[in-house]
Structure formats: structure tokens, C-alpha cells
Ligand binder design. Structure first.
Ligand code: DAH
Length: 331
């Protein structure tokens, strides 16, 4: 091999490469050219492979020439790379032009269901009054729902709360009062606890009744608690919730409290019962092993749906379960 051959090969390579690089239309093509000419098995390497056969005196000149060719081609590659990149960005910008006259895309906004909102609001107030939240199961045994709450098997008061029985003898709880028993079994006085939850009744559905509804139970047990503490607590709570809506206490009966009361709030021009309450019956305290000579307690069961109806001036409890977005979007 003569130096002339290598001179000629380098010249041809340079010419070919210059044309090919200038003609490259995409960054991919350019990368393929880089590999073709400069890669390990590329053309420049194979030309330089022939150097070994040269007269040693000629090697430095050819080596230098090869470097020049390489530098020149590299510069060309770099420039073309910049050009193609700029063109690609421009093409993307052109393709992505923003049409400001296009209609916007609509994303519906989620809302908290008025019942959950009501529970949150009530719990906020009660937590602020020093109560902590406890939960209990919706499926209950007869013991927790009735018996431990001073309603033995043939007690006539069971008629007040007919429920849905499961085939295994368990039942769906008729009230959150069952959580009182669970909580007292696990804890010692002093107690200040609230428990929100779903309850079930075999009830005829109408504007103020539902077979499934929500209650918040309140229980306080301590030394020296009186009916006065109960009244004050209920009053402060209802005022925080409703402002100065008129309320009235009405003497009532519950097997698990003595004395007992119901509280009504003005709604739709009439009184609506929103909660039951009373002093925890000594039998209930005994059932969980508390000494009723030492401790007294008061309890209340709030009707969440009724609260929502009063607060939002709703005419019918069934609206809360209808999933009618025209209704729910108001809250
Ligand atoms: N559990 C009663 C009901 O569902 C409401 C109730 C009344 C709860 C008096 C109480 C209470 O804690 O003391 O109708």
C-alpha cells in the first residue's frame, strides 16, 4: 500500500461523509452516519488500519491528515446535529400550537356528601368539647344491642327498635348505643366518648324515617355527673351546631337511661326530634362492671339525618339517599 492510496481513501471518505452529513434529515440518520464513519468498526478506523503497512516515515503525515479529516467531519456533524435538533423543536412547536379558541375541558368538582359533612361538623364541635371518637361494629349480638343496655329478651321496649336479624342470630345494630358497652368494657372512667355510625331499623320509610340512617352516640361517665351536665352539654352542642334555633327538652323513656329526655328542634314550622338522651341507667353501668354507687354517666344519641334536615332546611330525608346530583351539588 502506498501513501497515495491512503491519501486518496481519506479524501474520498471526507467527500462522501460531507455529502452524507449535509443530506441527513433526521437525528437518527445522523447518528447512523457517526457510527458509519467514526465508530469502532467505522470507515475511518479501517482506513487507519492500513497505516501499519506504510513506510514509517510517512506515518506521521498521514496520521495528521487523518486527524484533520476527523476534526473537520466532527465539526460538520456537530453543526448538522444542532440544525436538526432546532428543526425538530420547531416542528414540535408548530404541531403543538395552542388554539385559544378551543372550548376548555370540563372537570367536575367533587363535594362532600351532606351527611358526611354533617358528621364532620358535629364531631369537630364535640372533639372541641373534650370528646374522643370510638367505633363499633354494625353487625351486633343481641347482648350489645339490647341486653347489656337493660333490654332483656322479652322487654317491651324492644318493640321501639325492631331490627333486621341475620340467619346466624346476629343482628344489624339499631343504634350506636351498643358502642357504649364495647367502650366501657375496654376502658375505665372517666369517659368522654363519641361514636358516629350507620344504624338499621325495620321502619316504614317516609319523609322523616329511613331504614338505614346515621347516629352519633355520646357517653360521659365520671364521678358526680348530673342531669345538669347533660343538659348543658346538649345545649352547648346544639347552639354550636344550629346557632339560636329554638330547642326543647321533652321527658321521655329509654331502657338504658333514667331519667330520659328527647330534644326537639324547630323544623318546617314544627318540632322535629333530633336526639334522645338521659342519665345512664345503673343497670348498664353494672353490666360493664362499673360501680353505680361511685360513678354516674349521661348519654345521648344524635340523629345525623335529622341534623342535616334542620341545618339545610330539607323537606324530606329521602333526598339524602337519592344520589340526585342536582340536589347534592348545592352543598
Ligand atoms: N339509642 C336511642 C335511639 O336510637 C337514642 C338514645 C337515647 C341514645 C338516649 C342514648 C340515650 O345514648 O341516652 O333511639
Amino acid at each position: 500500500m502506498t501513501t497515495l492510496d491512503l491519501d486518496a481513501q481519506l479524501a474520498t471518505l471526507q467527500q462522501d461523509a460531507e455529502q452524507a452529513i449535509a443530506a441527513a434529515e433526521t437525528l437518527d440518520q445522523l447518528e447512523q452516519l457517526r457510527v458509519k464513519y467514526f465508530g469502532k468498526k467505522g470507515q475511518l478506523s479501517s482506513v487507519l488500519g492500513g497505516m501499519g503497512k506504510l513506510d514509517p516515515a510517512e506515518r506521521p503525515r498521514i496520521g495528521a491528515l487523518a486527524n484533520e479529516v476527523k476534526t473537520a467531519l466532527q465539526a460538520l456533524l456537530d453543526r448538522q446535529h444542532e440544525n436538526l435538533e432546532a428543526a425538530a423543536i420547531q416542528a414540535q412547536l408548530d404541531a403543538e400550537t395552542l388554539d385559544v379558541t378551543m372550548p376548555g375541558s370540563y372537570r367536575p368538582q367533587g363535594r362532600i356528601h351532606p351527611l358526611n359533612g354533617m358528621i364532620d361538623r358535629a364531631l369537630d364541635i364535640l372533639v372541641g368539647m373534650g370528646y374522643t371518637v370510638a367505633q363499633g361494629p354494625e353487625m351486633e349480638t343481641d347482648y350489645y344491642n339490647f341486653e347489656a343496655l337493660n333490654m332483656p329478651a322479652d322487654h317491651p321496649a324492644r318493640d321501639m327498635q325492631d331490627t333486621l336479624y341475620l340467619s346466624d342470630g346476629n343482628l344489624l345494630r339499631t343504634h350506636t348505643s351498643s358502642v357504649q358497652i364495647h367502650y366501657m368494657e375496654e376502658n375505665e372512667p372517666p369517659i368522654r366518648v363519641i361514636s358516629p355510625g350507620r344504624v338499621y331499623r325495620r321502619d316504614t320509610v317516609d319523609a322523616t324515617h329511613s331504614a338505614v340512617f346515621h347516629q352519633i352516640e355520646l357517653l360521659a361517665v365520671d364521678e358526680g355527673l348530673t342531669f345538669n351536665d347533660l343538659k348543658g352539654t346538649v345545649r352547648v352542642f346544639l347552639e354550636a351546631l344550629f346557632g339560636d334555633v329554638p330547642i326543647r327538652f321533652r321527658a321521655s323513656y329509654f331502657p338504658f337511661t333514667e331519667p330520659s329526655a328527647e330534644v326537639d328542634v324547630q323544623w318546617n314550622g314544627r318540632w322535629l326530634e333530633v336526639l334522645g338522651c338521659g342519665m345512664v341507667d345503673p343497670n348498664v353501668l353494672k353490666a360493664v362492671g362499673y360501680d353505680p354507687e361511685i360513678y354516674t354517666g349521661f348519654a345521648a344519641g344524635f340523629g345525623v339525618e335529622r341534623f342535616a334536615m334542620v341545618l339545610h332546611q330539607m323537606d324530606d330525608i329521602r333526598r339524602l339517599y337519592s344520589s340526585d346530583l342536582r340536589f347534592l351539588r348545592q352543598f
